[in-house]
Design a binder for this molecule. Sequence first.
Ligand SMILES: Cc1cc2nc3c(=O)[nH]c(=O)nc-3n(C[C@H](O)[C@H](O)[C@H](O)COP(=O)(O)O)c2cc1C
Length: 169
Amino acid sequence: MTGEPISDEEMHRLFEAARWAPSTYNEQEWRFLYARRDTAPWPVFFELLAEGNRAWCKQAALLCVIVAHRVFEMNGKPNPVHVFDSGLAFENLALQGTAMDLVVHGMQGFDFDKARSSLGVPDDYAVSAMFAVGRPGDPDKLPPELREREFPSPRKPIEGIIGEGRFSF
Ligand SMILES: Cc1cc2nc3c(=O)[nH]c(=O)nc-3n(C[C@H](O)[C@H](O)[C@H](O)COP(=O)(O)O)c2cc1C
């Protein structure tokens, strides 16, 4: 990423896409806590990141922590798909960002407990993941260890992810 900011309008389009994700009983369990580069919350978010992620996130425009409401609003009972639904919202946002020629990169390499305490996330919300958004930079300007990761990631073949009937993997 280049370190350039993204505009208010771009941010709006990203979160607008997330907003329209489907969810169980239309719960919309996702909440997005964010920090933009060069703002007061940025260091708090940046310090949550694992060393390896800091190396490239220092060039991001936006850092975000996704939290998911664990219980149903209507009755307070556990919602078994709160993280799943929040993942759908993230994917909407990631696809929107990709369509806008932005980088949107999910992360689990961060301190989940610290995110909860430093961002004041209540117990009925699960800290689920972080992601970074930015403008794509020139891969040739990356340090060698990151540059060599700049190739399309493979995927398992379809036969490796589907099975008829009982679990057989
Ligand atoms: C929830 C989630 C967490 C991830 N955590 C990290 C991370 O902490 N650091 C990182 O560099 N990449 C992380 N990734 C990126 C994945 O490694 C990457 O999506 C995967 O290898 C497939 O590559 P692709 O997205 O380039 O196709 C994460 C992705 C997701 C969806």
